[in-house]
Each structure stands twice: as C-alpha cells, then as structure tokens.
Design a protein around this ligand. Structure first.
Ligand code: MF3
Ligand code: CO
Length: 270
C-alpha cells in the first residue's frame, strides 16, 4: 500500500511572524469578549466586539462566509456555543444567563495568514463541576501544545490531550466525554489544512513534526456522554443528551526553540 506523502505546509520564519500578528488579533478579541460576556449580553453583541477588533487591526475574519458543508456560508465572525452546544454556535439575539458556560471561537487573517483560538467563559456564577470541566479541558489543551515539538509524532499531541482528561475524570469522579467527531487541524494560508488532529489515541503515530508547521489544537469535552448532532441551522453542534460542553483552542507553531503559542496574549514558548 502507498501512503500519501505528508502535505503539511511549512512556514518560513517571516511567515510565522505574520501568523503571530494574526494570533495576537485573535488573543485581543477573545480577551475583550471574555471581559464583556456577562448576564444580559447577547452572543450577537460579542460578535460585534470581534468585528471591531478586526477592523481596528486591518484584519479579516477566517469564519465569515466559510463553507464547510457546501450549502450555508457561516454568518458570523465568532462561534458562540452555550451550555449543551459544543462548537459552531451562530451568534445572534440569544442573551446570556447567570450560570451559562459559553465557548467562543474566533479566527483572524492578517496578510493571508490565519490564527484560530477558542476560550470557554463562565457567565456569572457557574456550578463547580462546570468550572472543573472547563479547567480540565484547558489543561488538556496545554498538555497537547507542549507536545508540538520538532521530531515528535503528531499523535503525541492527541495522547497528551486524552491522558489529561482521563486522569482528571478518575481524580474528580466526574464523567468527562471527549467529542470524537471534531478535532484540531493544520493552519496557515488556510484555516483548515492537513493534518487532522484527534483528541485521543496512541502516541507515536502520524506525521513527524517539523520546524515551520503550525497546528490548531482544540479539545472539546462534555460533562456526560459525548454524542453530538448538528442542529437545523446547519452549523450548531450540540450534545444529544444535553450534557454541558467546554472547548479551548490555540494555534501553535513548531519551532527549533520549542512550541510557540501564536494565539496567546503574551509571548509563550513552551
Ligand atoms: N474555528 C473553528 C475550528 O477550529 C472553525 C469554525 S467554523 C466556521 O475548526 F465556519 F465558523 F469557520
Ligand atoms: Co480550529
């Protein structure tokens, strides 16, 4: 059997520097949205904040008009997914309530180069187990980012994400389900590129990571069973049993100096 040669885009140092600019736009927008997301705000108002940040930086949206499934171009610049919505929630006139768990995903393009990240935001006071859900999901992201190293195999990332979640599940005595239908992705001159990055699996498989690769790592974890479906709006992915979800994402570059988190507010090299 033949195996397709790895087609993962390699970025020059100059191109990664531009991706860092895109990543900073993403980081600033998500920080502004995190500050603004309080009870009574609508998800559409949060989308407006992100549009303002894009305009302020002369950047454009990775998401607006995106056609993933052919028919319906994505109508927002953010995804705003509330409670049992996992990813790809469409922003609109839905108001946020005390106790909601909101994930916001945002992508920006600077000079043709993409940055993509997501945060999970606690609206007002949320239940303790939901805070744990979000914390574990974020920690699993950072465990994955730390594996984005030269000469490592891609699935070392997948395994680190899964291990963090499975160990926390046992330690906390909570049922944490990893959503399997969606995952991370290569990123650069397009938002979604090779390779697909699973949030579970054995280490030591898949392509070997090289300097200049950039990856978006994005664990999606639910407090219950991880089965999901796409709603009638053709975008929103929600759990079947109403389980609450968390989603955290960063874009990371593989460099000779270690993983460089391009969508962090501060300059983070792991
Ligand atoms: N940022 C999402 C991801 O990480 C994509 C959002 S879908 C879009 O895959 F249509 F809004 F772009
Ligand atoms: Co992504």
């Amino acid at each position: 059997m033949f195996r397709r040669r790895s087609a993962i885009e390699i970025k020059s140092a100059d191109q990664l520097a531009v991706m860092r600019q895109a990543g900073l736009v993403v980081a600033r927008a998500l920080a502004a949205i995190t500050d603004a997301a309080t009870p009574g705000m609508t998800t559409g108002q949060l989308d407006s904040i992100a549009r303002d940040v894009l305009a302020d930086h002369g950047a454009t949206s990775s998401f607006l008009g995106y056609k993933a499934h052919g028919a319906v171009p994505y109508p927002g610049v953010i995804c705003a997914s509330v409670n049992d919505e996992v990813v790809h929630g469409i922003p609109g006139d839905r108001a946020l309530h005390d106790g909601d768990l909101l994930s916001v995903d945002f992508g920006a393009i600077v000079d043709g180069w993409n940055g993509d990240a997501a945060v999970t935001i606690e609206i007002g006071e949320v239940a303790p187990e939901l805070r744990e859900l979000s914390r574990v999901t974020r920690e699993s992201l950072w465990a994955g980012l730390a594996q984005a190293r030269v000469d490592a195999h891609l699935t070392n990332i997948s395994h680190a994400v899964e291990t963090t979640i499975v160990e926390a599940e046992a330690a906390l005595g909570l049922r944490l389900g990893i959503v399997e239908e969606y995952g991370g992705h290569g990123i650069g001159s397009k938002m979604h590129m090779d390779p697909h990055i699973l949030n579970y699996g054995s280490p030591g498989r898949g392509p070997v990571l090289r300097p200049g690769m950039a990856l978006a790592i994005e664990p999606m974890v639910v407090l219950g069973e991880p089965d999901v479906a796409v709603l009638d709006d053709a975008w929103t992915v929600a759990t079947l049993d109403g389980s609450r979800a968390a989603h955290w994402e960063h874009t990371v570059a593989v460099t000779d100096d270690g993983p460089w988190v391009l969508t962090a507010l501060d300059d983070v090299r792991l």
